[in-house]
Design a protein around this ligand. Structure first.
Ligand code: BGC
Length: 770
């Protein structure tokens, strides 16, 4: 069910198409009437200051992601000047503050409790980029459901997730937090996450349902040059076709709240952008929940250069922001804004009402503690079923990028040289944004391997530091990196590792980034292995031993040498609490890898942004004639990625037949069926992610060379084949044209099916005019 507050109804109906309007009228149900009456009465008693107080979200706790921390929190709660709190959890801490609001504030309005629950709460799942690589929507939903059960048991009722920002730039550290580069897959994941958090019935009063917060609205992932918080400048057409779909999908799935983004969009900061939050989000998309800013994002509009404190405060409220995260700029300016006429009382009332509606929908007025108790927390947090699910979901997120000379799976006998700075790291496997996760309970690769193969001789050598730049390490440690710089020279560390390698049957090198080198404020201009890790690998290669790389990282890396020289490469992202067990399952073959990357891996950083669904250009380079100069290409590197979107290997092999179509021409209202037979032609049972892409060959605007429009994850026993049926519905062929009209255009289309975006079988069909 989508939230439609009555106040917004009249406004949104004015511009909604007829069908949408009908849906909304139906939703203005008796329970909405009851809520309206309740809130009318409550607001009738509120002073202006108390209304402004609801717009204030404070941070109490230890996780600080910006330069400001909240002060005088207790006093402000008592005065009714706080609407919600974040960074506080545990039944005891939450009860204490809730009790203060209920017993000591004049109107006893309960608080909301939010937190950055991004990929699990206490039980940590793979980082979102890894989760996406599972292409398994049930697994994604389950991870969010478990996070909802744990976070609500820990006193929370609001999570700052899902993060659905599309990104095509691996330099951006927050690529780790999203689903990658594709709007279709990103939309599916957005829906699965909202369902997981808010529950299948979308009833937020349920004890284990938590309100989700879609972020970061909008286009944060398109920050110029991949530098965090940087400007975004984009055509509306690109926004609508390529970047907005996942936000829209979460809204349509009924997400309860939306967080603004830090960036400006075509010159106007998102947090003060009326077109974005009122015209698009509320009027066109019919969003009826509330909008919270990102951390001090209103204040930051002063740095953006769009006004002083009073002006940016008015700008944000008038644009459609309801709640101010940490900045307290509303608290200090809205009264004056109302007095000067810069904002109307109605605008303030609308924002306050939307916050109260969220509290009402969470059932906080009836059940302000939502049954939190220490007993429930103890029985719920990290319970064995959750850990088992975390292990299974983690296995599904791992991607086999290379496997030659049958390097994998490993045998459980003989000896392994376990090398690399990440092999025994528990801190890093849980990844960034794992706030309430206890890394001391996480399983490192070394622990996982030893537990899985007690008979195997495993000798460890560090071989290199993750990074050697003392300043970078200091910065990372200032934010919880727990990284130690080995004082030995790089030469000595490599020498030791080579000695260990020489006396083993196989080398398993666990290399990559530390968790703090990814996530917020963790952009990198060079996306290769940091420090001396590549030098270490080169030395290990010289031993002639089979070389298996286990990568840990939160972004696509440049891995040209690694791809040329390693025998096997397993991408493990940051796989969460159970990482070590999940990685051991794959390395020893207890689980056959099935993940596929959802962000293109470039050959060199200079190719970035690199993505599969690009346009053809007027001078496409086919890659055949090497002397062909006047083509859209580089002089020094081909246009090809190192690993294309959707790519990932298995211990078995799959072959695809030619796709067959139910018709060669369809009308704009018909659905086309595409059938393809996939066979497991290798020696293991395994799962395959079959992907369907289309290309609209002629349009009023140039269309992408491929667009994902379907996928199915299928289990095939060795030798087995299955015929899969995909359906291309009329909407799948539509796009926003240059006038932002969403329509399919008649003409020729191609359809492709395969195990990644590059290696596909194709067929053609026509879309008729009528
Ligand atoms: C991040 C958000 C996060 C917020 C609260 C910000 O710095 O951009 O993603 O939800 O902090 O911690």
């Amino acid at each position: 069910m989508k939230y439609i507050p009555l106040a917004a109804l009249a406004l949104s109906l004015a511009c909604a198409p007829a069908a949408q309007a009908q849906k909304k009228t139906a939703l203005a149900s008796a329970s909405d009437q009851k809520m309206k009456a309740f809130i009318d009465e409550l607001m009738g008693k509120m002073t202006q200051d108390e209304k402004i107080g609801q717009l204030n979200l404070v941070s109490v706790g230890f996780d600080v992601t910006g330069p400001v921390v909240s002060k005088d929190v207790d006093a402000n709660i008592r005065k009714g000047l706080v609407g919600g709190v974040f960074n506080t959890f545990t039944p005891i801490a939450v009860r204490k503050l809730q009790e203060m609001a209920l017993k000591e504030s004049r109107l006893h309005i309960p608080l909301m409790f939010g937190y950055d629950v991004i990929h699990g709460h206490r039980t940590i799942f793979p980082i979102p980029l890894g989760l996406a690589a599972s292409w398994d929507m049930a697994a994604v939903e389950q991870s969010a459901r478990i996070a909802a059960e744990e976070s609500t048991a820990d006193g929370l009722n609001w999570v700052f997730s899902p993060m659905v920002d599309i990104s095509r730039d691996a330099r951006w550290g927050r690529v780790a937090e999203g689903a990658g580069e594709d709007p279709y897959l990103g939309s599916s994941i957005a829906r699965a996450m909202v369902r997981g958090y808010q529950g299948p019935a979308n009833d937020l009063t349920k004890e284990a349902s938590v309100m989700a917060c879609l972020k970061h609205f909008a286009l944060y992932g398109a920050a110029e040059a991949g530098r965090d918080y940087n400007t975004t400048d984009m055509s509306r057409q690109r926004m609508y076709n390529e970047y907005m779909p996942p936000y829209r999908a979460a809204i349509d799935a009924g997400v309860g709240s939306v967080m603004t983004s830090f960036n400006d969009i075509n010159g106007v900061p998102a947090t003060g952008n009326k077109w974005l939050m009122t015209d698009l989000l509320r009027k066109q998309w019919g969003f009826g929940g509330f909008v919270v800013t990102d951390y001090t994002a209103i204040n930051e509009m002063m740095e953006h250069g769009v006004g002083n404190a009073a002006q940016v405060s008015a700008l944000a409220l008038n644009a459609g922001v309801d709640q101010d995260m940490v900045g307290e700029i509303f608290l200090k300016n809205v009264a004056q804004n109302v007095q000067s006429g810069a904002v109307s009382k109605a605008q303030l009332d609308a924002a306050c009402r939307r916050i109260l509606e969220a509290k009402y929908r969470l059932g906080l007025f009836q059940n302000p503690y939502r049954n939190v108790s220490q007993e429930r927390a103890t029985a719920t947090l990290m319970k064995p079923e959750f850990l088992a699910a975390a292990r299974d979901i983690a296995r599904k997120s791992l991607v086999l990028l290379k496997n030659e000379r049958s390097a994998l799976p490993l045998k459980k006998t003989g000896s392994i040289a376990l090398i690399g700075p990440l092999a025994n790291r528990q801190k890093d496997v849980i990844g960034s944004w794992s706030g309430a996760g206890d890394w001391k309970q996480a399983v490192s690769v070394e622990q996982g391997l030893r537990a899985a193969a007690p008979g195997l001789k495993i000798t460890y050598a560090k071989g290199a530091n993750i990074a050697d730049d003392a300043q970078m390490l200091e910065r990372l440690n200032a934010h919880g990196g727990e990284l130690e710089l080995d004082k030995r020279s790089s030469k000595d560390m490599i020498k030791e590792a080579v000695q260990v390698a020489q006396s083993a049957d196989v080398v398993v090198a666990v290399v990559g980034e530390s968790q703090g080198m990814t996530g917020e404020a963790a952009s990198r201009a060079d996306i290769g292995l940091p420090g001396q890790q590549l030098e270490l690998l080169k030395a290990l290669k010289k031993t002639g031993k089979p070389l298996v790389l286990v990568l840990m990282n939160g972004r696509p890396l440049t891995l040209a040498w690694e791809n040329q020289n390693a025998d096997a490469i397993l991408e493990t992202w940051f796989a969460g609490t159970q990482a070590g067990h999940a990685i051991a399952d794959v390395l020893f073959g207890a689980y056959n890898p099935s993940g596929k990357i959802t962000a293109t891996f470039p050959q060199v950083v200079g190719q970035v942004p690199l993505y599969y669904n690009h346009k053809n250009t007027g001078r496409p380079y086919a890659g055949t004639d090497k002397l062909d100069k006047y083509k859209s290409r580089y002089l020094d590197v081909s246009n090809e990625p190192l690993y294309p979107f959707g790519y990932g290997l298995s211990y078995t092999t799959f072959t695809y037949g030619k796709p067959t179509l139910s018709k060669t021409a369809i009308s704009p209202t018909e659905t086309l069926e595409v059938k393809v037979t996939v066979q497991n032609t290798g020696a293991y049972d395994g799962e395959e992610v079959a992907q369907l892409y289309i290309r609209d060959l002629v349009g009023s605007s140039s269309r992408p060379v491929k667009e994902l429009k379907g996928f199915q994850k299928v289990m095939l026993k060795k030798g087995e084949s299955k015929t899969l049926t995909f359906r291309l519905a009329p909407n799948d062929l539509k796009f926003y044209n240059n006038d932002l009209k969403w329509a399919a255009e008649p003409g020729d289309f191609k359809v492709f099916v395969g195990g990644n975006s590059r290696d596909v079988q194709e067929a053609s069909f026509k879309l008729a005019a009528q």
